[in-house]
Design a protein around this ligand. Structure first.
Ligand code: GLU
Length: 297
């Protein structure tokens, strides 16, 4: 049994990410699970700074007192595990550009995701070989518009229609939805805690988990952190990373207090440790609204 935190090394973790990590840690530890760290660096393999960003993310998580079992797992070191999983699925090549999909697809979902309209699903072999000459294909899984319902700890039942989503991108790299499922199965993860921007991806991922012979994990999607204007928290909102806050004279311990206070687990300026928070933690009391962060400037 294990929970995990799985950041992508695109930028330093901000207060919202650190809070999600804290909740993931609390849920794992309060249920006797191991807690794993996975660096989801498939998209950033060509970004020179990504390993340094990941190293800072790990340092920041440790600075607020979170501990992990085992060494962090890097997806870029697991590239060999993804093709075998793809080989077990019913898939087809897709030659569509983003633009073709947006022109052919129905309106995007509320999260911006455009379900695939199935344009390349039934191409003949001559059609495919003709298209291959113009464009390398992505690989999609044939989902036959399956309907999948997952149970989220806070959102309850979430039902989604599973479209023929991409499992291998057209640069040959495993797509996020595939890698996350393959890795969660391989690492024995049965508790997925993350930001609620990924809530609508969970029916897709649960369906794929079952397809690959895994047990669907429990999901817990936490509302995101937002700025005073209600927009998703970002670097431009001021001092929102540990590095920036430390430059402004705020210690990692004070940041932990602030995160804990936002979860109703500590009073203002009350010194706490993760162990103390664990004694107080009750999943039922985690706030269901976005966390409004007034950043220090
Ligand atoms: N790597 C994803 C992110 O940073 C999280 C994926 C997950 O937790 O399933 O948004």
């Amino acid at each position: 049994m294990a929970g995990r935190f799985a950041p992508s090394p695109t930028s330093d973790l901000h207060l919202g990410n650190l809070r999600t990590a804290l909740v993931a840690w609390l849920l794992a530890r309060s249920s006797g699970r191991r807690f794993l760290l996975r660096i989801e660096d498939l998209d950033t393999q060509r970004v020179t700074a990504a390993p340094q960003v990941a190293a800072r993310q790990i340092d920041d998580l440790q600075a607020i007192g979170l501990d992990f079992d085992g060494e962090p797992v890097w997806q870029s070191e697991r590239l060999a595990s993804y093709p075998a999983a793809v080989g077990r699925l019913d898939t087809y090549e897709c030659f569509c550009t983003r633009r073709e999909i947006s022109e052919a697809a129905s309106a995007p979902h509320s999260d911006g995701y455009r379900p695939y309209p199935g344009t390349c699903r039934d191409l003949t072999e001559p059609e495919r070989s003709e298209r291959r000459r113009r464009r390398p294909p992505a690989i999609r899984v044939r989902a036959d518009a399956a309907v999948e319902t997952v149970t989220d700890l806070w959102a309850g039942a979430v039902t989604g229609v599973v479209d023929d989503f991409v499992v291998v991108r057209n640069d040959g790299v495993a797509a996020y939805n595939l890698a996350v499922v393959v890795d969660d199965i391989a690492q024995g993860v049965d508790q997925v805690v993350r930001g609620d921007d990924l809530l609508t991806s969970s029916p897709r991922q649960a369906w794929l988990t079952r397809r690959l012979g895994g047990a669907v994990p429990g999901y817990a999607h936490i509302p995101l952190a937002v700025n005073a204007a209600g927009q998703r928290l970002a670097k431009r909102d001021g001092a929102v990373t540990l590095t920036d806050l430390c430059c402004a004279g705020v210690t990692a311990a004070q940041v932990l207090t602030r995160l804990a206070q936002s979860l109703g687990l500590a009073g203002p300026d009350e010194p706490v440790t993760p162990a103390i928070l664990l004694e107080r933690f009750d999943p039922a009391l985690v706030p269901r609204a976005p966390w409004v962060v007034s950043a220090e400037r």
